[in-house]
Design a protein around this ligand. Sequence first.
Ligand SMILES: *Cc1c(COP(=O)(O)O)cnc(C)c1O
Length: 463
Amino acid sequence: MGEPLKYVSTRGRSPAQGSEDVLISGLAPDGGLFLPQFWPQLSREDIAGFRGKAYAQVAREILGRLLDDLGAEVLDREIPLAYADFATEEVAPLREIADGRFLLELFHGPTLAFKDIALQLLGRLLAQALRRRGQRATVLAATSGDTGSAAIAALGGREGIELFVIHPLGRVSEVQRRQMTTCRQANVHNIALQGSFDDAQAIVKALFADRNFAAQQNLTAVNSINFVRIAAQAVYYFTAAAALGAAPTFVVPTGNFGDVFAGEAAMRMGLPVERLIVATNANDILARTLATGIYAAGGVRPTLSPSMDIQVASNFERALFEAFARDAGTCRTAMEQFTQHRSLTIASTALENLRARYDAVAISDTQTLLAITRHYERTGQLVDPHTAVGLAAAEGLASAGPLVVLATAHAAKFPDAVRTATGQVPLLPERLRALYEGEERQTVLPNDLDRVRDFITAHAGSK
Ligand SMILES: *Cc1c(COP(=O)(O)O)cnc(C)c1O
């Protein structure tokens, strides 16, 4: 084997790093996002060979090319373990819902949302890399619900890691809150912030920007700016396309653009895909961008699909970097302009490059509820509101090949919307019923940076 694959920053001012550094640091030091220096290529034969193979085995083959720096033995051991606890052996089963139309079910992990697929693996790889280096780390995450519980399920009880999850007090669903607060692992700290999700995210950003604190704590990010999450999510695009044996159109319920960018990553590694459809709720910045070429952030509007209530989609920077033909100088200038003016005009060549791959559709809450109702009437299956945004976006689409909608959460995670649309209350899977018996643990803190910093210092110590 040659040199391990190196990663470069979308802003071009960080030295190239191996995948272990990318895993541990998350964000590049120049404020950009990491991407592989080149995309490893899989041949048509490699991809055809994935058909019928176990999910973990396909993951091993793809991630072996992207995360080679972590070592073959580590990947051989940790990848199968990461997927051993999923409720289905297939991990990400593909179900036909109409002629040529499919749901790719990504919610069979421990917390019932697709974020488990990447985080279950990331948690193991992170603990392993820290152990190898003899380091400890503080992981900090702001959550509107799903990321927090998935991070807790992935990192709870892992040696060398203290995890702090900040959620907005009173603004997550009861299932989401209990999934976080009933965790009994001593290294998990839930902060219920007296503020909004944006306030929580602003505090996390400020703590990462506090260089002394970040260095003292060895602060690590596990949100989708961490490329290891994107890499792990690229896998199910391959398994789905291989199972279908044709180039699909993927419809992806989108917030931070991480999941749909994993589709672009799969395409760039050689996977034939017809189109990627960005399905958003009323927070439609991406749909407006593709239509007008102007990327402009407005205020966040609360919807029935809260995990997609995002205006500034961090991972869009990765797609822009590729659309700028990997010109890091142009990407850096563009992102600086966006930070300053909250608006950015995308040059026509780059816009054409984005449009060659992506379409976007914005879906209202009314359409979301209607999609849940219709899907229930046609199939008897209950879907969650995020998946329903994808189904509604797929409704009017014609496609030559198969059409695959990513089902990103289990209906039982968002029972209120499902009940409104169908009159049915989705049942929690058996293994999650204990949620309602466990004692809850959380610390309520005011929306105050210093108070949060002090709390973390007191409970994590220094590294
Ligand atoms: C996080 C999340 C999304 C959005 O995914 P991104 O990678 O942020 O675009 C969609 N649906 C559910 C259920 C989620 O938890």
